[in-house]
Design a protein around this ligand. Structure first.
Ligand SMILES: Nc1ncnc2c1ncn2[C@@H]1O[C@H](COP(=O)(O)OP(=O)(O)OP(=O)(O)O)[C@@H](O)[C@H]1O
Length: 299
């Protein structure tokens, strides 16, 4: 089966800045994939290259086998991109904006689909409202709707939940999940790592224009072997012998790092010998944020 996205040896320079340094990446059809990285890592540049907005200096990028330069129209037709920036025409109503976007793809009789998208994104009531009168969150919903008017099999969302309230996040993810279940490939960039952990089955991490990790979400989580325990102590003092294990302290909770659960027994002994009692204890499962911090600090 053709990959949904194939990126091979992509380089991009902005003047003296080498923003993408030979990126190779394949996203399979039907995947829910996350592209993560700190600010300035090159995520948006990579997406712009796929969308044909930016030209790579070197390398190949394809969407469902269509080269984004040589077969621009075909590649654009199978791709829907939700951009990070809120760009919109203030003179259109929501429905007009969606109809205009449909026209761009040569679609005329897709009102049923437009109604369905607006329904799923809770936009129906705003259909005849002018774009300039919408709140930021509402405009973001329209951007998502615009990316979907031509039912693209591959959908890229560049930080779709930045500055968005909890309610919209829920609505949005429900809809995107449904699209994924219906067979659409989803690629997502986000700084909300818990969203990527819950939604995505595979993750690539980009740092300074290079892929520094690429694996299934579970394999990435499994790379964190150290365990964390949170302790509330009475009196509120950590014995000296445990100080080297402390990795965080907030209010009256100490977070300690242990290499395996057998070490818990040793921690108990240290507390008993110092006459310190446990008020509360919690085992903390590693999450994607731990993985992200570890990978980014390594490279
Ligand atoms: N048009 C441009 N001209 C000059 N430099 C640019 C341009 N676009 C991006 N850059 C630079 O390229 C690098 C990668 O930027 P990019 O926007 O792709 O990062 P990002 O991973 O999407 O970041 P963020 O998470 O902040 O959105 C940054 O150093 C950025 O300043």
């Amino acid at each position: 089966m053709l990959p949904a996205i194939r990126i091979s040896g992509i380089h991009k320079n902005f003047g003296s800045l080498h923003a993408l340094k030979g990126v190779d990446l394949e996203v399979r059809q039907g995947e829910f994939f996350a592209l993560l990285g700190p600010n300035g890592a090159g995520k948006t540049t990579l997406i712009s290259i796929l969308a044909g907005i930016t030209r790579a200096d070197k390398g190949v990028a394809e969407v469902l086998g269509h080269d984004v330069v040589a077969s621009y129209r075909e590649s654009r037709r199978v791709l829907g991109v939700v951009p990070q920036e809120l760009v919109f025409d203030p003179f259109f109503t929501v429905r007009e904006a969606l109809k205009f976007q449909s026209g761009y793809f040569g679609l005329r009789k897709n009102d049923d689909w437009i109604d369905e998208i607006m329904h799923h994104l809770d936009l129906t009531e705003k259909a005849n409202v002018n774009m300039r009168a919408l709140s930021g969150g509402m405009k973001r919903r329209v951007l998502v709707a615009q990316a979907l008017v031509h039912k693209p099999p591959v959908i890229i969302l560049d930080e779709p939940t930045a500055g968005v309230d909890v309610e919209l996040r829920k609505t949005l993810w429900q809809f995107i999940r449904k699209l994924n279940q219906d067979g659409h490939t989803i690629v997502l960039t986000t700084h909300y790592l818990e969203e990527a952990q819950t939604l995505c089955s595979r993750i690539a991490m980009l740092k300074q224009g290079e892929i520094v990790a690429l694996d299934s979400t579970q394999n990435l989580l499994d790379t964190i072997t150290d365990k964390h325990i949170k302790l509330k102590l009475t009196p509120d003092t950590l014995p000296l012998s445990l100080k080297s294990r402390m990795c965080a302290k907030d209010a009256e909770t100490y977070t300690l790092e242990i290499s395996d659960y057998a070490e818990l027994e040793w921690v108990m002994v240290q507390l008993r010998e110092a006459n310190v009692c446990i008020g509360d204890m919690e085992l903390v499962q590693p999450d994607l944020e731990d993985v992200f911090v570890k990978i980014m600090s390594k490279h």
